[in-house]
Design a protein around this ligand. Structure first.
Ligand SMILES: NC(=O)c1ccc[n+]([C@@H]2O[C@H](COP(=O)([O-])OP(=O)(O)OC[C@H]3O[C@@H](n4cnc5c(N)ncnc54)[C@H](O)[C@@H]3O)[C@@H](O)[C@H]2O)c1
Length: 254
């Protein structure tokens, strides 16, 4: 284990699977105590148990980021379990069907905003008082390269991700004097279940999305996003706030 996050406490929403899971693993590897919060509560608990078994400090449980009460509960649980809170990672996102604004069902629009955007609002709202109490901290909102460039058929997703980038900038200004840094982490296509939902198999995702759209010729790996999150959470990024860390294999450079 390394020690870039030694003595820090983090909560990660959408932490049971994919990129969130890799962030939890990387944080524990660097010495942080991590609370895994996820709609799949059993998987969150199982991940926390396996992190503890391998010598780390972790806990986890059910959380629906759409609900302010649910997020408040896990924030309080995390702070109680580990004696405070230093790092918030708003990472949960929902899958939005491919559609234009004209054709998207209104319910899918509402769902995208509720999970991707209001979920981040809930975590920050309930988490910031704890970070202030700790004398500062780091907030990471998982955005996307799609927060910077648009893609036909993905307007709703792009809208939520662009908004997160702007939300981080505003919060960075609001909380600089509290010693709280706020940044977004923007992955490009990354090999998670999300890719299988969209392309059927990971091989197809690698071909149609990784190779075809990313100049580095492949999808990113969740662990690569975990390392980016460690950078943003740790003192390695001590002079960085209101910024977007783009890890997209060159997708948006074209
Ligand atoms: N995979 C990619 O290609 C990619 C690219 C750019 C950005 N991202 C972003 O990275 C983040 C993680 O993506 P991923 O690919 O790991 O996704 P994923 O679908 O594999 O995992 C998302 C996790 O969020 C949880 N979740 C969903 N709704 C929730 C809710 N209401 N409350 C609590 N938890 C909830 C799920 O249970 C799951 O564990 C998302 O914000 C996504 O938009 C992913």
């Amino acid at each position: 284990m390394a020690d870039k996050l030694e003595g820090r406490v983090a909560i990660v929403t959408g932490g049971a699977r994919g990129i969130g899971r890799a962030i939890c693993e990387a944080f524990v590897e660097e010495g942080a105590a991590v609370y895994v919060a996820d709609l799949h509560g059993g998987e969150a608990e199982a991940l926390a148990a396996s992190l503890v078994e391998s010598g780390g400090r972790a806990a986890g449980g059910y959380c629906d980021v759409r609900s302010t009460d649910s997020v408040r509960d896990v924030v309080e649980q995390a702070a109680r379990a580990f004696g405070g809170l230093d790092i918030l990672v708003a990472n949960a996102a929902t899958l939005t069907p491919k559609a234009t604004i004209e054709t998207l069902e209104e319910e899918a629009w509402t769902q995208a905003l509720a999970v991707n955007l209001t979920g981040a609002f809930h975590l920050c709202k309930h988490g910031i008082p704890h970070l202030k109490r700790a004398g500062g901290g780091s907030i990471i909102l998982t955005a996307s390269q799609m927060g910077r460039v648009a893609r036909a058929g993905s307007t709703t997703y792009c809208t939520t991700k662009g908004a997160l980038i702007q939300m981080a900038k505003g919060m960075a200004l609001d909380h600089a004097e509290d010693g709280i840094r706020v940044n977004t982490l923007s992955p490009g296509g990354t090999a998670t279940d999300r890719m299988i939902s969209q392309f059927g198999t990971m091989d197809e995702a690698e071909k149609q999305w990784g190779l075809a759209m990313h100049p580095l010729g492949r999808l990113g790996q969740p662990a690569e996003m975990g390392r980016g999150a460690v950078f943003l959470a740790s003192d390695d990024s001590s002079f960085m706030t209101g910024a977007d860390l783009l890890l997209d294999g060159g997708y948006s450079a074209r």
